[in-house]
Design a binder for this molecule. Structure first.
Ligand code: ADP
Ligand code: MG
Length: 652
């Protein structure tokens, strides 16, 4: 068969260019990536051999081998794992198959550009390059990192169970070739033709240092082939036992971190490392991490958790639904159980009762650790919350049995506090007479802080929690309350602000006086309310005197029992055009505002047919919409009315 030629997928070419030209620091990690792949390939085959033992007949000792050829200036990383067939080679080593990659490749390219610019200005050290690396790592260009040190890379490979072997070859400049080849037995050799400046990777000591530093956690032996000269023998460079089976005291922070990189393909520091063994009804060891940065696919619609399942040290799957609930999908790491059957199948992932026990035990432990961190190191916890709070909150409606635990972990911005507050903090600050937790949801804290809805709350010093995650509109209706205190939207009718502070001793008289004033004022604008109602008809649910407004003339609130306006908007965005309109809302008007007073005076004396009042009703309704960032109901009518009102002002 003749040689076949292929071009890399466009994104791969782009990445290869970045890999080759803009990542100067830490080139040595290419070796970790290749060893990591070799170890994964062995894991996969060991699993496949559970059901098809003849795949590993005659060679069941898995290992990674490093061989140096000083003359040819090559370093070869070999394994006796699954190997790759012809189509695997084109699929796996020519494309980037992971989801969401297109956008991500662009992000990396942009990042690299930015780094280049910075470098032009001065010697930016470390940090910028680390930024590159963390993106690349998440992206999993693992294999392509070989081109940081190579002029050319050959991959000679034979898939377990097949007779044919193949040679993949590329200089990393846009094309690769595939030829038929020979190989003794299954597995893969990645042959790196080192470029001139990279000959340090031909030194056994250098390789040993790198392996000890980055790959010691690999559970199979990493063997450095002896040259045979002067009786030099093969040497195993790593500890060669599964990291999670070693005693905690023997594992360094650095080793944990390397293991985290290996299992998560991420280069950030783990924010939290949890290593535990549980003995009991079901025994298992878990080594779990919470990343310190958001993984790029955190909000991918499949919401898959990425914790690997092992049974008796044998890798089973990294796609086990039953192990980690979707609201903990930011967790990375492994779980290894003695008690699950080795032949556990995909269907069993969802229904196995032991797995369900492990899952619930892990969720509880993770939340327990988060709670400790939140109490002892609130600043660090705030970082976690920033990254993963919106994901964790999904659990509030998805897993009622952990609701209380999750509620205790939630943190919020609020109108009266700097930084983040817990619900417990909020409740402890509630005013006398306040029996509900006030909140508001919106796109930004700044916009909410400026909103007319909060005027009355502010003037009374009543705190309102400000929530900006879309998920907030979903969990609040399903959770409903915290410790017997109902969550109540500040944008709803019947905020009952009147009651608050009333039974506090201080200023009781003044408060009472104020309240009488208020209800008097509210009574006085009855004529205007009546005429507004007639004018606006079905465009609003009701027109009422407001308790909450102190400065603005009007605002829109959601009727008692109606769906929250923001939630409704979100839900309707996904509907076909021409669907039903949004539910009409309640227009609240401020009886103390000069404009309202003036209009009311006119309403009282008029005949009820005053077109200026009808125009004002619509204009004020539209004004309330505009302030909320919504479009006006009917732009043409809006302009006509606005002109009419301005004109009437000119006729003295
Ligand atoms: P990742 O390891 O994140 O999947 P890599 O770029 O490191 O990404 O590798 C791409 C794919 O190529 C791997 O997922 C694997 O399927 C295949 N591969 C790489 N190295 C080997 C190997 N030594 N043996 C078998 N398959 C391999
Ligand atoms: Mg890899």
């Amino acid at each position: 068969m003749a040689q076949e030629k292929f071009t890399f997928q466009a994104e791969v070419s782009k990445l290869l260019d970045i890999v080759a030209h803009s990542l100067y620091s830490q080139k040595e990690i290419f070796l970790r990536e290749l060893i990591s792949n070799a170890s994964d390939a062995c894991d996969k085959l060991r699993y496949a051999a559970l059901t098809e033992p003849k795949l590993i007949d005659g060679d069941s000792e898995f290992r990674v081998t490093l061989s140096i050829d000083k003359k040819a200036k090559t370093l070869t990383v070999s394994d006796n794992g699954t190997g790759m067939g012809h189509d695997d080679l084109t699929d796996l080593l020519g494309t980037i198959a992971r989801s969401g990659t297109q956008a991500f490749a662009e992000q990396i390219a942009a990042e690299a550009e930015a780094t280049k610019d910075k470098k032009g200005k001065g010697k930016g050290k470390g940090k910028d390059k680390d930024a590159d690396m963390s993106l690349i790592g998440q992206f999993g260009v693992g294999f392509y990192s070989a081109f940081m040190v190579a002029d050319k890379v050959d991959v000679r490979t034979r898939k377990a169970g097949e007779d044919k072997a193949w040679l993949w070859s590329s200089d990393g400049r846009g094309e690769f070739t595939i030829d038929e080849a020979e190989r003794d037995g299954r597995g893969t050799d990645v042959i790196i033709h080192l470029s001139k400046k990279e000959e340090e990777y031909l030194e056994p000591l250098r390789l040993e240092t790198i392996v000890k530093q980055h790959s010691d956690h690999i559970s199979i032996p990493i063997v450095l082939k002896g040259s045979g000269e002067d009786g030099e023998e093969d040497r195993t460079l790593n500890t060669a036992s599964a990291l999670w089976t070693r005693p905690k005291k023997d594992i360094s922070a650095e080793q944990y971190k390397e293991f985290y990189s290996h299992v998560s393909h991420a280069f950030d520091e783990p924010w939290l490392t949890l290593h535990n063994s549980v003995e009991g009804m079901v025994s298992y060891t878990s080594l779990l991490f919470i990343p310190s940065a958001q993984p790029f696919d955190l909000f991918h619609p499949d919401r898959k958790a990425q914790v690997k399942l092992y049974v008796k040290r044998v890798f089973i799957t990294d796609d086990c639904e039953g192990l980690m609930p979707p609201y903990l999908r930011f967790m990375r790491g492994i779980v290894d159980s003695e008690d699950l059957p080795l032949n556990i199948s995909r269907e069993m992932f969802q229904h196995n009762p032991l797995l369900a026990k492990i899952r619930s035990g892990l969720a509880k432990r993770i939340m327990g650790e988060l709670k400790k961190k939140a109490e002892k190191k609130p600043d660090e916890y705030a970082e976690f919350w920033e990254n993963f709070g919106s994901v964790l909150k999904e659990g509030l409606y998805e897993e009622p049995e952990n609701r209380e635990r999750i509620l205790a972990l939630t943190r919020f911005k609020s109108t009266t506090q700097e930084g983040l507050s817990s619900l417990e903090d909020y409740v402890s600050r509630m005013k006398t007479g306040q029996d509900v937790i006030y909140y508001m949801t919106g796109d930004s804290v700044e916009a909410m802080q400026a909103s007319a809805h909060l005027e009355g709350f502010k003037s009374k010093g009543v705190e309102v929690l400000l929530m900006t995650d879309p998920v907030d509109d979903f969990w609040i209706p399903s959770v409903g309350e915290y410790e017997g205190k109902e969550f109540k939207s500040a944008t709803r009718a019947g905020a009952d602000l009147d009651k608050i502070g009333k039974d506090g001793k201080k200023d009781k008289k003044k408060d009472d006086a104020k309240d009488t004033d208020k209800s008097k004022a509210a009574g006085e604008i009855e004529p205007l309310l009546a005429q507004f109602k007639v004018a606006l008809g079905d465009a609003v649910k009701d027109v009422r005197a407001s308790e909450r407004l102190t400065e603005s003339p009007v605002c829109l609130v959601t009727g008692e029992g109606d769906m929250d306006a923001r939630l409704e908007k979100m839900l309707k965005q996904n509907r076909p055009a021409g669907g039903p309109d949004l539910t009409p809302r309640v227009l609240e008007i401020n009886p103390g505002h000069a404009l309202i007073k003036g209009l009311n005076a006119r309403a009282k004396t008029g005949d009820g047919q005053d077109s200026l009042i009808a125009d004002a009703a619509y204009l004020l309704l539209d004004q309330a919409r505009i302030i909320e960032g919504e479009p006006v109901g009917d732009p043409q009518a809006f302009s006509r009315r606005l002109s009419a009102v301005m004109e009437s002002g000119l006729k003295v």
